[in-house]
Design a protein around this ligand. Structure first.
Ligand SMILES: Cc1ncc(COP(=O)(O)O)c(C=O)c1O
Length: 439
């Protein structure tokens, strides 16, 4: 409230007095609010937070979140405020609410809020990051043949626009024999003196394979030791299928950028996401879309330019957003914190193990996801003899089991046991698939 541009605007719009009074009341209300009203008691109670159809077994929860109660209530609160007085509510809440969201994300990730940019999706984060990387002539981007459409297309568009060299490599020969060593070795061997950016996906939504990101980061760090600052390799990760699944702290993971939507495994509001970068790496990311951060806006009002704020501030794209969704994101992080990261991971692993081991034992099923949790997270891909992936998913749907087909050139049926599921649901799913060959 103490910056000139904002004050000018409030005076001009006649909001100043009312806003000051309301802002005071608001900050007291925020200060009094507990981090989350949700307290974890058991998985049935957790599942009851979601208005998901109880008739269905939801094994595609990773696709797009259903809003759990605390998130839904926060959205409704902000929606009502915005609907009643869009400009007044925005001025009263924008700075504080965004700070709250950044703090909740930072606490969850084990990093500083200042190093996080807020986006609307994984795709938006990837497009902004890869589209705007400051690269010098001769520097290349190294990526893989296993990435999602969003990474692949963001990089291709960037290469087509600027002529930057882009190289795609496979990280393993066969999913049946893949190992963590092979994945790290393949990456290490493919890095050349020209490689400035490495762009990978932590958990592949094509196969469910999980990359050993920490070991890869260590390998990159050892190559970086003999490089000057301008040529350090920047390690970028699409982490959307690890966020809300894996128990990690970004401060220890070792990558330079992590891009993720928060509207999948995190159960954040639909249309939310983030980019985290380490402070040394952030200057390499150049903004493309003007931020609406109030300090940046005030700088522009005063002197026509925007400089000197932390880079993630500029990397949070402006334009007005669906703020009722963005401002409810802290509730999703609080929900996960209330369960505890270790317990979240354990539950997802247990359900995935149950599914994979059950599928692996069926002669008519080919499992494409490694059984080991060292090489997989929460996604299970498979085929059934004599059926196309689409037929498998359709047949499961008829049995009220919701799966999906991998949206890649090679297609598999895909099920993703998550916090929304129970061991009994996995057993029922296995029973249906077991019966496929006889029906
Ligand atoms: C690996 C991966 N990256 C990115 C995306 C896109 O995520 P978003 O919808 O958050 O843009 C998906 C799937 O939707 C994905 O599977």
């Amino acid at each position: 409230m103490n910056d000139i541009g904002r004050r000018d605007f409030l005076v001009r719009t006649g909001l100043a007095l009312g806003t000051a009074v309301l802002a005071g009341a608001y900050s007291r209300a925020i200060a009094d609010q507990p981090p989350s009203r949700y307290r974890f008691t058991n998985w049935e109670h957790f599942r009851a937070q979601f208005p998901l159809s109880p008739q269905l077994i939801h094994l595609a929860g990773f696709f797009l979140a259903s809003h759990p109660t605390p998130v839904r209530e926060a959205i409704e609160r902000h929606r009502a405020g915005l609907d009643a007085d869009p400009i007044g509510y925005w001025y009263q809440h924008e700075e504080k609410q965004e700070a709250k969201v950044l703090q909740a994300a930072a606490d969850y990730l084990g990093v500083e809020p200042i190093d996080i940019a807020l986006t609307d999706s994984t795709t938006m984060g990837l497009g902004l990051l890869y589209g705007g990387l400051a690269l010098r002539t001769g520097q290349e981007i190294l990526t893989t043949t296993h990435d999602h459409y969003s990474t692949e297309t963001a990089l291709r568009l960037r290469a087509e626009r600027t002529g930057v060299s882009l190289r795609q490599i496979p990280l393993y020969r066969s999913i049946k024999t893949v190992s963590r060593d092979e994945l790290v070795d393949s990456l290490q061997k493919s890095i050349t003196p020209a490689t400035r950016i490495v762009a990978v996906t932590w958990v592949h939504s094509s196969t469910g394979l999980k990359l050993p990101i920490h070991e890869m980061a260590l390998a990159i760090r050892s190559i970086n030791r003999s490089r000057d600052e301008q040529n350090q390799i920047i390690f970028c990760v699409d982490g959307v299928h690890a966020l809300g699944v894996e128990d990690f702290r970004l401060s220890e993971l070792g990558c330079d950028f992590l891009v993720a939507g928060t509207h999948k495994w995190m159960f954040g509001p639909r249309g939310t996401g983030l980019v985290w970068g380490n402070p040394q790496a952030w200057p390499v990311a150049q903004p493309i879309i003007p931020t609406f951060n109030t300090q940046a806006f005030d700088q522009w009002l005063k002197n026509g330019s925007t400089h000197g704020l932390p880079q993630p501030t500029y990397m949070t794209p402006g334009g007005f957003h669906s703020f009722e969704h963005r401002w409810a994101l802290d509730e999703a992080f609080n929900l996960h914190q209330a369960i505890g990261k270790a317990q979240v991971t354990q539950r997802i692993y247990e359900l995935n193990q149950q599914l994979k081991q059950g599928l692996a034992a069926m002669p008519h099923v080919t499992l494409h996801t490694p059984v080991s949790q060292d090489l997989s997270a929460g996604i299970v891909c498979f085929e059934v003899a004599g059926m196309t992936p689409r037929q498998i998913v359709e047949k499961l749907r008829q049995r009220k089991i919701v799966g999906s087909v991998t949206p890649y050139a090679t297609q598999y049926a895909r099920l993703a046991p998550s916090l929304l599921n129970s061991p009994r649901e996995i057993e029922n799913t296995l029973r249906e698939i077991r019966n496929f060959h006889s029906s």
